[in-house]
Design a protein around this ligand. Structure first.
Ligand code: INI
Length: 158
């Protein structure tokens, strides 16, 4: 039996973080958690690229560009907070779909950490509050996915 399970060792990995400015009070805290987790896991400071984009809707376009460059994994950070219009659903759904598409079409793992919450308090609880920091978790997931994919056999043409 072959079991593939990665240790959270980020040495020699290049990781990008794409972070939305919208709801920056939340996303900056997620970014903080992600950057700390990458350092904790051994990713060199020079191997981390942080790109700010206007909102969650724009994350996928930048993630795609980074995936086509020298990047082993991408952490996508945003916060979509429910308002009174359908904009919430449109932004949250398209961000999710766009980010998943980048992973599917490039093979570079993009970790989806766009919080979608009913209110600011729920977002704060997940950005360094009672529910921890989802940015930290996302960074560790990025390292794990990069290493798991690296440990698997190269794809063959079918
Ligand atoms: N962008 C977010 O990241 N979070 C939100 O909650 C949000 N809301 O609610 O509107 C939001 N909108 C902006 C959107 O991501 C785009 O930047 C904008 O529509 C321009 O394309």
């Amino acid at each position: 039996m072959k079991i593939v399970r990665a240790d959270p060792d980020g040495t020699a990995l290049r990781v990008a973080i794409v972070v939305a400015r919208f709801n920056e009070v939340i996303t900056a805290a997620l970014l903080d958690g992600a950057v700390q987790a990458l350092a904790h896991a051994g990713v060199a400071d020079d191997d981390v690229t942080v790109v700010w984009v206007p909102g969650a809707f724009e994350i996928a376009a930048v993630a795609r560009r980074l995936a086509l460059a020298d990047t082993d994994a991408i952490v996508c950070l945003g916060a979509v907070i429910r308002g009174e219009t359908a904009h919430f659903d449109l932004v949250a759904n398209e961000a999710a779909r766009g980010i998943a598409d980048v992973t599917r079409t490039t093979g570079v793992p993009c970790i989806f950490e766009v919080l979608a919450t009913d209110d600011l308090a729920q977002a704060q609880a997940r950005a360094g509050g009672a529910h921890g920091n989802k940015g930290w978790e996302a960074a560790l997931a990025a390292i794990e996915m990069a290493l798991v994919l690296r440990a698997l056999p190269e794809p063959v043409a079918r």
